[in-house]
Design a protein around this ligand. Structure first.
Ligand code: KIV
Length: 271
């Protein structure tokens, strides 16, 4: 199924080779050791330690509250669980906007303290200086355009971005710039499929879509959404492969009932 399945480690060069060979890149989020181990064992190409941890792990409404220390904690747990995939970590809100030296310090902390392989940050021209400074230290950087959740209070809603020509043109310019300065990939979130296809053709680095149609170089979704652990989030692009919410709830209900009826523990005569 994959021409790259025997690859010992996924690197930025592997991703570029996948784009050139027309093989789609698979990316999922993970935030802890056990989940990362399963995803890596299943053959995922990239794990994103997303700042969506702020939502699905910590229960915040937005991605804004998560801190650099918390991202490093999640990232180092993930890195201990993998042996093959590439691990990229979100720089949290406030750690890179407006101060490229602070951005570099944050990226270095992530790389040194977690052992991850690259960082991701949101935005285009407005964060170019930060990206260039991080790249100059030899740290792989992934861009993120379209719906950028760290700017949710500017947008006001989580609906599709770049439907209007002016915003679409700016996104194209930003994507070209990110690819030209050396980003190893770009996440395109919630943009029209036509624009996802156009941007993918115009840049040399791989594009990874989330709600950006089929004609991008790879796809990413949040693991809790794929597994059906979350249940109130139902965008059109989402496919749930399991209903773990019901599965876990049912298992816990059975356990409670077994404890109450003293059906659990097993092998009572041994104790
Ligand atoms: O934080 C995250 O999970 C993300 C993905 C949705 C792309 O940035």
């Amino acid at each position: 199924m994959s021409a790259f399945k025997d690859t010992k480690r996924i690197t930025t060069s592997t991703m570029r080779a996948m784009k050139e060979a027309g093989e789609k890149i698979s990316m999922l989020t993970a935030y802890d050791f056990s989940m990362a181990r399963i995803l890596d064992d299943a053959g995922i190409d990239i794990i994103l330690v997303g700042d969506s941890a702020s939502n699905v792990m910590a229960g915040h409404e937005t991605t804004l509250p998560i801190t650099l220390d918390q991202m490093i904690y999640h990232a180092s747990s993930v890195v201990r669980g993998i042996s093959r995939c590439f691990v990229v970590v979100d720089l949290p809100f406030g750690s890179y906007q407006g101060d490229s030296k602070a951005a570099l310090r944050a990226a270095i902390r992530i790389m040194k303290e977690s052992g991850a392989h690259g960082v991701k940050l949101e935005g285009g021209i407005e964060v170019k200086d930060s990206i260039e400074r991080i790249l100059s230290a030899g740290i792989p950087v992934m861009g993120h355009l379209g719906l950028t959740p760290q700017s949710i209070y500017k947008f006001g809603t989580y609906t599709v971005r770049a439907k209007e020509e002016v915003e679409a043109e700016q996104l194209e310019k930003d994507a070209k710039m990110l690819s030209k300065i050396g980003c190893f990939g770009i996440v395109l979130e919630k943009i029209p499929a036509k624009l996802g296809k156009k941007v993918t053709k115009m840049v040399t680095c791989p594009t990874i879509g989330i709600g950006a149609g089929p004609d991008v170089d790879g796809q990413v979704i949040v693991i809790h959404d794929l597994l059906g652990i979350t249940k109130d989030f139902n965008p059109r692009f989402l496919r749930r492969y399991l209903d773990l919410y019901s599965g876990i709830k049912g298992a816990v209900e059975s356990y409670i009932s077994d404890v109450k009826s003293v059906d659990f523990p097993n092998d009572k005569e041994q104790y």
